[in-house]
Ligand binder design. Sequence first.
Ligand code: TXA
Ligand code: MG
Length: 473
Amino acid sequence: METRIFENTPQDLKAAAELIRKGETVVFPTETVYGLGANALDAGAVKKIFTAKGRPSDNPLIVHIADFGQVKQFVAEVPDAAKVLAEKFWPGPLTMIFKKKPCIPTEVSAGLDTVGIRIPDDKTAREFLRECGVPVAAPSANISGRPSPTTFSHVLQDMNGRAAGIIKGQDSEVGVESTVLDLTSDIPTILRPGGVSAEQLREVLGEVLVSSELKNDGVPKAPGMKYKHYSPKGQTYILSGTAEQAAAFVKRRCAVTTVAVLMFDEFRDLMPDCAKLLSLGSKACPEEAAHRLFDCLRECDALEVKEIYAPEIPEDGLWRAVRNRLYKAAAARIINVADAKSVLFVCTGNTCRSAMAEGLFNMSRKNAVSASAGLFASGGGAEPNAILAAAELGADIKNHESTQLTYEMLENSDIILTMTESHKASLPQGFNIKTITEFAGVQGEVNDPYGGDIEVYRSCAAQIKSLIERVKL
Ligand code: TXA
Ligand code: MG
């Protein structure tokens, strides 16, 4: 699809609005993140959003309007709390969930009897929404699973060729998505932390609940919270410990693999230059961290680093939204740096056994990080059957690259695990080297599946997985 680019001029905004009324999709800037919009009253148009994003259709969309007066057209009942909240926070980064009227198609509400509504504060967004004259359903304008776009260039990366139009606007001021507040429950409940904090809402409403964010027990109320989100290509970890400990840990990891660090400026001088350092701004300024976060995560992808380390984030105020996004990116993997271990898996070519071991180990959520290398690595990716067998067990190693073992890697790893006795015998003395079977306390070796069919790889991956489960660090 050819994507038209619109400037922020009255004429272009009119033309973009015309596309919306014709049932097409248009990306528009907002103060939180860019949205991928379509006429919320046109089920066919809304379906195009899901196609463009590659998004599961059981995840409802937020409806964007220009004026509070429009709410009653779409909502069965406007509670008093909504009026007070609108007075205080609209236009702005707050989405309120109401009981919906039938005019909102199920494609928007994903089958729920509720609808989320927001008036964005961005000037271009509001002019555009006024021109549209219809409510605009819009999720964040990223390909599903990628960080939300906060700049025009992020939008181009994801939506060029997928949306009918893109309005070129400012960088998103807030930088994290709106707070989703459910007003249909007895006590107003935050389903997704965002640009308006729980504390700000409590000042106005009194009691406000925050639904648990990262626990997976039970189905979350905001359907979107259950999907893998904001997941950079690199393995992402939150480092818990002092800045000095974190810096020393990062330095050792740089000797083994490629590393990016999201950090606060206060710790800039401590952090080693061997890592790609990405600033979240000052640790005293959640606004800055929110504003920069998604750009940092996209930058990590562009740099193609294998490991990404981020600091712990407080839970109060706007920090809660930053924390929620970052901990999701890390799939809540928190490394306690004081006693964390660095594990190195070694095999012959680093395309099958050790590559699968690294991927499977990283899923095991031990207080450890891992890498892998080969005695005779010749570059290139993992073997297709290794990728498949690992994927069947939940580990993604499609971006793996076969890496030659170096002395520096041995020096900077706490535990070196080989697949066979002969690998072990060919490594230099003086390091903590064991075969993986020996370390797991069982007999035998992990034989090379190279050249075998998928069944051979499956049984090799299963063997490695069960050995990793037995490993005590
Ligand atoms: O800041 C934002 O909210 C941005 C901009 C474009 O407005 N939009 C956005 O949309 O982040 P999206 O689709 O990426 O996230 C909407 C979130 C999802 O987690 C979704 O499950 C939840 O809001 N949501 C939407 N409607 C809902 C409803 N009726 N009930 C419960 N959760 C709802
Ligand atoms: Mg989103």
